[in-house]
Unconditional design. Structure first.
Length: 215
């Protein structure tokens, strides 16, 4: 009975997060917005005028962290995109739908691709396809930033609980995320970091920087 009530509560909570306003309130409260901002500052040196593609951009708040760039965001959740278009239209372009090969052909190559909180929603096959698509979207020497919740043996019990209640169904260890990226980019071009100091609550983040080899 307790388990059933808990499952119902979790399901309702996840439905509420589909509302971009509630999602933003939650992310600000737990440190999710802060975490993304810090990752961009600490792991990427983004110059003015950089071309940035954000796959799975959500409500679009990342555009505010890179105001002097050409920012293009994609998300399949129309409510998130509508919110982004209302709040951040002066900072970027926001598209409802999947980013695929047809969409790739519309753009010149990008300097950076962001896939934040995305891979843990995808099985290995689809994740590999998207990583390949991200690499093909980059200029030579361009970089991908991936940020996802991760599981590891020494993890705080509360952090593990929170991550397992995430909306993503394909949570992985840092090693498992890295193995996927290496298949596409090659071992020499993949850097992985495990961080547990970016949220206001116990939460383990796997951060990957993937570089497209220079020609």
């Amino acid at each position: 009975m307790i388990t059933a009530k808990k499952d119902k509560f979790v399901a309702i909570f996840k439905q509420l997060l589909a509302d971009p306003r509630l999602y933003m309130l939650f992310q600000k409260a737990v440190g999710g917005v802060r975490a993304r901002k810090l990752c961009i500052r600490q792991y990427l040196a983004i110059p003015k005028g950089a071309r940035i593609l954000d796959i799975g951009c959500g409500p679009g708040f990342v555009a505010a962290f890179v105001p002097h760039s050409t920012y293009v965001g994609y998300d399949v959740e129309w409510r998130y995109i509508e919110y982004a278009q209302r709040r951040y239209s002066s900072l970027g372009t926001f598209n409802h739908g999947e980013y695929n090969r047809q969409e790739l052909d519309k753009y010149e190559p990008f300097d950076f691709v962001m896939m934040n909180g995305l891979l843990h929603h995808l099985d290995n096959s689809i994740a590999l396809q998207l990583l390949k698509l991200a690499m093909d979207s980059l200029k030579p020497g361009g970089k991908v930033l991936c940020i996802d919740g991760g599981l590891h043996p020494k993890q705080n019990a509360f952090a593990r609980y929170l991550i397992k209640e995430d909306r993503g169904e394909f949570l992985r260890s840092p090693e498992a995320y890295e193995q996927l990226a290496v298949k596409v980019f090659g071992k020499a071009y993949v850097k992985t970091d495990l961080r547990e100091d970016l949220f206001y609550i116990p939460y383990s983040l796997v951060i990957m920087i993937l570089e497209k080899p220079k020609e």
